[in-house]
Design a protein around this ligand. Structure first.
Ligand code: FVH
Length: 275
């Protein structure tokens, strides 16, 4: 692969795609953009991007193609007519999708001679290009080593393995953790609100400092097994969870929000039953 890192073909100018393309331009990359619906490239063109009228024209102008589209279906729809242009060249897909979709996409592209790196963006448009952004990649390590310095301005590159499904896997798993934390915080606030507590003071003085102290422990001890560390008193923990569920029921907080408590209680009871 003879890649001049600064020449990037960028497919997809949604909220995320536009931000990524702009960040790469600002970092001095040469970017040719394409979007299905014309008219979204104006500010990028003003910053020095070239606008292509179809994906093939963009791919021809770059040494590295990056796709950031809505979903797997839109990626396939966009790439199917231009597989010949892509052949031999590297493609990075920063479109979110499932693990199976990423593996099947990799097989499909491999069958057409396209060198492929799967990606998962752990950022929102507002954090792209900042310390808070990272991008997960999976696929051939040598390809990652070449591509990572080119795309690093958008977010810290992090390779998670050869399996093309792993970028999606780690992305979706990390998001699941985040949504779980968010559901937990919503539940806590709903309890305080339902019982007449001062929600703002609770968030500021109790919840936030508590969650900050607990985060390293939660992240470090998360476990796929249902076993409980020896030092835990499982019966006491189960009683604590029952108290949390009773508090929710008494406060009339919707059961959906306490689903994670019931799941934890189920795990704890299984661990107790297993001795
Ligand atoms: N925005 C975010 O906060 C999240 C952060 C984490 C990662 N996601 C994923 O990034 C992908 C793109 O997200 P986005 O925010 O840019 O999404 P939209 O603003 O909705 O833009 C979608 C683009 O996809 C194009 N598109 C849709 N369908 C097709 C199709 N059939 N063929 C070709 N292009 C298609 C759409 O084009 P248009 O509607 O303007 O013509 C936009 O360029 C996504 O996977 C997130 O999950 C973002």
């Amino acid at each position: 692969m003879d890649m001049k890192p600064e020449r990037i073909a960028f497919l997809g100018l949604g909220a995320m795609g536009r931000t990524l393309a702009r960040t790469l331009l600002e970092a001095g990359r040469e970017v040719t953009v394409w979007n299905r619906t014309p008219g979204k490239a104006g500010d990028l063109v003003a910053r020095g991007a070239r606008e292509a009228s179809d994906p093939g024209e963009a791919i021809d102008a770059g040494d590295l193609t990056v796709a950031c589209l809505l979903d797997d279906a839109s990626v396939r729809e966009t790439l199917a007519p231009v597989l010949r242009e892509l052949s031999g060249g590297p493609l990075v897909n920063l479109t979110s999708g499932s693990v199976r979709q990423a593996r099947e996409l990799a097989r499909w592209l491999d069958g057409h001679g396209v060198r492929f790196l799967a990606g998962g963006i752990l950022a929102v448009p507002q954090t792209v290009g900042t310390e808070a952004a990272s991008v997960l990649y999976s696929g051939p390590r040598d390809l990652f080593d070449r591509v990572a310095p080119v795309l690093s301005p958008v977010g810290r590159p992090h390779w998670v393995g050869e399996d093309p499904g792993f970028a999606s896997l780690y992305d979706m798993a990390a998001l699941s953790g985040m949504y779980g934390m968010s559901a937990g915080a919503d539940h806590a606030v709903a309890l305080v609100h339902a019982e007449g507590g001062d929600v703002e003071a609770f968030k500021r003085d109790v919840l936030r400092p508590w969650m900050e102290r607990m985060l390293p422990i939660i992240a470090g001890e998360a476990d796929v097994s249902v076993s409980v560390p020896e030092e835990y008193n499982a019966a006491m923990q189960a009683t604590g969870l029952e108290n949390m569920i009773s508090t929710s029921e008494e406060a009339g907080v919707p059961a959906e929000l306490s689903g994670h408590l019931r799941a934890s209680l189920w795990r704890m009871r299984r661990a107790i039953a297993a001795g």
